[in-house]
Design a protein around this ligand. Structure first.
Ligand SMILES: *[C@@H]1O[C@H](CO)[C@@H](O)[C@H](O)[C@H]1NC(C)=O
Ligand SMILES: *[C@@H]1O[C@H](CO)[C@@H](O)[C@H](O)[C@H]1NC(C)=O
Ligand SMILES: *[C@@H]1O[C@H](CO)[C@@H](O)[C@H](O)[C@H]1NC(C)=O
Length: 246
């Protein structure tokens, strides 16, 4: 009897705190879909790539990290989407390995999985691919005449192209120049969605969450990728070997 009373009181109190009821403490409210420009990544890390489209880095909930270390990544659960994963979510450091997916799953996927819509490896990875294709960043930039080039862009042109198309604020990250340099290099673009996967503004307050998430496996410990400087020209590097520097 007593336990029933306690349970009723508990539930009533819980219900009254309706925002908490909708999203119990610790649950994420937004996801960050992060895409990488492979040429920039490989100019900082030790890799070579001829990929000429934006690739997936991750789909990160705004709350939680490593939520269930016993929920192991298992590639056979996503066998049907592996060809797509290899193409659009490649491990740039160790081509054709699944280490990157394993890392992203354990760190972020196990937390995203607190939502029913993402509570399996197949749901998580296929939703990331679905959003990646839906937002189609490579085409959006190209359609705004922003293409990899030896010419520089103003930051404003890049940001306006993205925000005017998606109607939300993206988060655009650059590799900052060495001392004395005059140009920053476009590296990563983040788009944010709510729990219904609708685009919403990315917020500055997310900084804390992803400040330790700069590059997937930061071999060399580089941490020079951060929010672009609004007043510095932007370099969007072409694929190695196709540039025409004379
Ligand atoms: C990129 O490199 C891979 C492996 O070296 C090769 O198979 C592929 O044809 C190249 N793609 C382009 C567009 O050059
Ligand atoms: C963690 O993952 C394992 C394996 O999928 C599962 O059995 C367990 O219920 C999960 N734990 C929590 C707290 O979700
Ligand atoms: C991976 O998943 C497959 C398919 O469900 C299952 O048969 C296999 O035992 C799993 N492997 C591991 C190591 O858990």
């Amino acid at each position: 009897m007593r336990s029933i009373t306690v349970a009723v009181l508990f539930c009533t109190g819980y219900f009254l705190l309706s925002p908490a009821f909708a999203h119990p403490r610790g649950e994420w409210t937004r996801l960050i879909l992060t895409q990488t420009w492979p040429q920039t990544f490989c100019s900082v890390e030790q890799c070579k790539t001829n990929i000429s489209y934006w690739t997936l880095h991750g789909l990160w909930p705004n709350s939680g990290s490593m939520c269930n270390s016993s929920w192991h990544f298992n590639a056979s659960l996503i066998e049907d989407i592996l060809p797509e994963m290899e193409k659009f979510w490649p491990d740039l450091l160790i081509p054709l390995s699944s280490e990157f997916w394993e890392y992203e799953w354990l760190k972020h996927g196990t937390c995203a999985a607190k939502a029913e819509s993402l509570n399996s490896q197949h749901k998580y990875f296929s939703k990331a691919l679905e959003l990646y294709h839906k937002f189609d960043l490579s085409s959006v930039l190209r359609n705004h005449q922003i293409v990899p080039s030896e010419e520089y862009y103003t930051f404003d042109v890049v940001e306006t192209a993205i925000s005017s198309f998606y109607q939300v604020k993206p988060k655009i990250q650059c590799v900052h120049p060495q001392k004395g340099g005059q140009v920053q290099t476009l590296g990563q673009i983040e788009l944010c969605v709510d729990r219904d996967f609708q685009l919403i503004d990315c917020e500055k307050s997310f900084e804390v969450i992803w400040s330790n998430e700069i590059l997937p496996v930061s071999v060399s410990g580089h941490s020079d990728l951060s929010v672009c400087d609004h007043s510095m020209p932007v370099y969007y590097p072409p694929v190695l070997g196709t540039s025409h520097r004379w």
